[in-house]
Ligand binder design. Structure first.
Ligand code: C2E
Ligand code: MG
Ligand code: MG
Ligand code: MG
Length: 283
């Protein structure tokens, strides 16, 4: 009996694996098609300066509008793109589209803001990131000084020397560099010091339980202090409540992003947010 049971378990698992592999392949083929048919788009989430309470930037976040399956989250398709190598093409599209949109806003006379673009660790390591970035700026005429790249700790940890060189070249060109999801990786002071960074983004997981978990509050406070010692600007991710914002402000945190201000929104809605702010300050 046990044996029969074991066998059926195995069968069950192997069927499951086959199904997962099929789903993955299906997603890969569909993603390839989506890139070709231009089914991807960017949403923008405002970045707020805490002391002035004004929008000073936006993070560009990719979305996939699939005709059959609706809006698909990047958490679902970025890993597939990374595994299949599609990330190079996808990443180049995101850079180009963010710069194109930024240039359009500039030409419409909207206030200059900083646009932040996520760079996958796989994209950072396996493709010529310098070329992709310079190409996007050249093709669109968007200024390097208004572009920020978000990198994760894992992108920088492997091939450290090479990473320092790439970051230095980007920075020399006027591009700003942020470390994303800080606190979830190695979070080593030594390496933070080695890389020419501008911004440190505190991961949402340390913000979530403010003001209920004392540990997380102390970690968040320590990250702000440490980042300032290294002369980095600090942005807190995933701020959803006034209590969280008040605490972060007390700690001297510079900027935030989160549902408290706005979720990521389509370009036209973000434009309205910028216009409303510009009209507000004219009064
Ligand atoms: P991330 O770069 O850390 O982006 C922040 C994520 O947190 C976004 O999810 C955003 O919608 C979400 N978020 C922001 N504020 C709040 C909040 O107050 N509450 C909650 N619950 N969530 C909040 P999203 O857009 O689903 O993106 C997930 C991840 O996918 C990103 O994490 C990033 O790692 C990756 N990603 C998104 N767009 C791109 C892209 O264009 N290229 C690459 N390589 N990765 C991307
Ligand atoms: Mg990010
Ligand atoms: Mg993040
Ligand atoms: Mg995150």
């Amino acid at each position: 009996r046990a044996k029969a049971h074991g066998r059926s378990c195995f069968r069950y698992f192997s069927d499951e694996l086959t199904r997962a592999a099929e789903q993955r392949l299906d997603l890969e083929v569909r993603l390839q098609r989506a890139l070709r048919l231009n089914e991807l788009c960017l949403y923008f989430q405002p970045q707020i300066d805490i002391s002035s309470n004004r929008i000073i930037g936006a993070e560009a976040l990719v979305r996939w509008q699939d005709p059959a399956h609706g809006l698909i989250s990047p958490a679902q398709f970025i890993p597939v793109a990374e595994e299949t190598g599609l990330i190079k093409q996808l990443g180049e599209w995101v850079l180009l589209e963010a710069c194109r949109q930024g240039k359009e806003w500039q030409q419409k006379g909207l206030p200059a803001i900083n646009l932040a673009v996520n760079i996958s660790p796989v994209q950072f390591r396996n493709s010529n990131i310098l070329e992709s970035v310079f190409n996007a700026l050249k093709q669109t005429g968007y200024p390097a000084s208004l572009l920020e790249l978000e990198l994760t700790e894992s992108a920088l940890m492997t091939h450290e020397n090479e990473a320092v060189e790439i970051l230095s070249a980007l920075r020399k060109y006027g591009i700003r560099l942020a470390i994303d999801d800080f606190g979830t990786g190695y979070s080593s002071l030594a390496y933070l010091k080695r890389f020419p960074l501008d911004v440190l983004k505190i991961d949402k997981s340390f913000v979530d339980d403010i003001p209920h978990k004392k540990d997380d509050m102390e970690i968040a406070a320590a990250i702000v202090a440490m980042a300032h010692t290294l002369r980095l600007k600090v942005l807190a991710e995933g701020v959803e409540t006034e209590e969280q914002l008040t605490f972060l402000k007390e700690q001297g945190c510079d900027c935030y992003q989160g549902y408290l201000m706005s979720p990521p929104v389509p370009a036209d809605q973000f434009e309205q947010l910028l216009r409303a702010q510009a009209e507000d300050s004219e009064k």
